[in-house]
Write a protein that binds this ligand. Structure first.
Ligand code: PMV
Length: 356
């Protein structure tokens, strides 16, 4: 059955809830159509997600996709424009879009200013909705594995790191010799079970500054072109990923912390040493980092930190240590914007919802 033949029921719905993620091994530098310069790895979050619903109708002139986009209930032309050009860029992979009129509604359950990667949750939710629509409209049957792979591929075109949010746990995106089936065009889940010490990772996000990013990630990725340390950085990411896989298998939290922090600081080092250079941390980010390191020394806690391309600090620790680290987190809130800290945990990935 093709879209245009489905004359009696020309309206289709799709709805997905998809989470954000925080990278352990950072993706920073790309070429071509969102091809990463190195393989990356992230923790898929649970509580910070985007909910997207699409109502798709038929247009007969084949000039689609036509799009109406609402963000949190309001027509949003800025986001709508970005979504429209993304949809145009994926028509060759989702040909049904040529005959589609889409009413897209999307919303996050976290504030836009929370410093959480909303493009990862938004683009993965959108890609999953589009792949579900393709399946319903064209009758395409591929099985779950191929479905998720295609959703990850489509999400990547919207925002690189979004391709990892299609999977729960700790997925990898980018070709890497130690990860079976890994590919530059989509993410894959790990092929082994995490050691039980990593089964419940918590992420407390300390919101140091909720403002707009100083530099967009596409500008950041571009600054890696011709960067004096680019080759060394890509090699470092490759060996960090190899070592991280061993740590995750063996339950070695010390190595996990060492690599996670090394990656966070390396990402910021790349930004500081690019031309022009950017200081993305805030003085309070540094105070927090120093206090985390000191607390770990004093208490023997497993807590470690990571950073996205901004000033907010993610604290990662086993859920079993929640009570132990609470006094530290309470102390660190003083260095946060309006004392804001957001609690999240590793999650099991996106969910398809029935929301007609
Ligand atoms: O997916 P993008 O293009 O927004 O890039 C994300 C880059 C980092 O968040 C800094 C790192 C990562 O791997 O998520």
């Amino acid at each position: 059955m093709t879209f245009s033949q489905n004359a009696d029921a020309n309206v289709f719905f799709s709805c997905w809830k998809s989470p954000s993620n925080i990278a352990l091994i950072k993706y920073w530098g790309k070429s071509g159509n969102q091809i990463p310069a190195n393989a990356s790895m992230s923790i898929t979050l649970k509580e910070a997600y985007t909910l997207t619903r699409i109502k798709a109708g038929l247009i007969r002139n084949g000039g689609g996709p036509e799009v109406e986009f609402r963000f949190e209930g309001e027509i949003n032309e800025a986001f709508g424009g970005r979504i429209e050009s993304f949809l145009k860029s994926v028509v060759s992979y989702l040909p049904f879009l040529k005959e589609a009129r889409l009413e897209i509604e999307s919303g996050n359950n976290f504030p836009h200013s929370a410093g959480i990667a909303s493009s990862a949750s938004a683009m993965s939710a959108l890609a999953l909705c589009l792949c579900s629509l393709e399946k319903e409209i064209t009758g395409l049957e591929t099985g779950m594995e191929a479905f998720l792979r295609k959703a990850s591929f489509i999400a990547r075109i919207g925002s690189g790191s979004a391709c990892r949010s299609v999977y729960g746990g700790i997925p990898v995106w980018g070709s890497h010799k130690a990860v079976e089936g890994s590919d530059n065009e989509y993410a894959v889940p790990l092929s082994f079970d995490l050691h039980p010490v990593f089964s419940e990772i918590r992420d407390t996000i300390l919101i140091v500054d909720p403002g707009q990013k100083k530099v967009s990630s596409s500008v950041g990725h571009n600054l890696m072109k011709g960067h004096a340390y680019a080759d060394a950085r890509y090699k470092q990411a490759e060996s960090n990923l190899t070592a991280m896989l061993v740590a995750l298998k063996q339950g070695d939290w010390d190595t996990f912390s060492l690599i996670t922090e090394n990656e966070a600081l390396s990402l910021h080092a790349m930004m500081m040493t690019s031309r022009p250079g950017y200081l993305l941390m805030h003085p309070n980010s540094l105070i927090i980092i120093e206090k985390v390191i000191e607390f770990r020394k004093q208490s023997g806690s497993a807590i470690c930190f990571t950073l996205d391309a901004g000033p907010n600090v993610h604290l990662l620790y086993p859920t079993g240590e929640t009570e132990k680290v609470r006094p530290l987190i309470d102390e660190l809130k003083v260095f946060c914007h309006k004392g804001t800290a957001i609690d999240d945990t590793m999650g099991s990935g996106p969910e398809k919802l029935n929301c007609r």
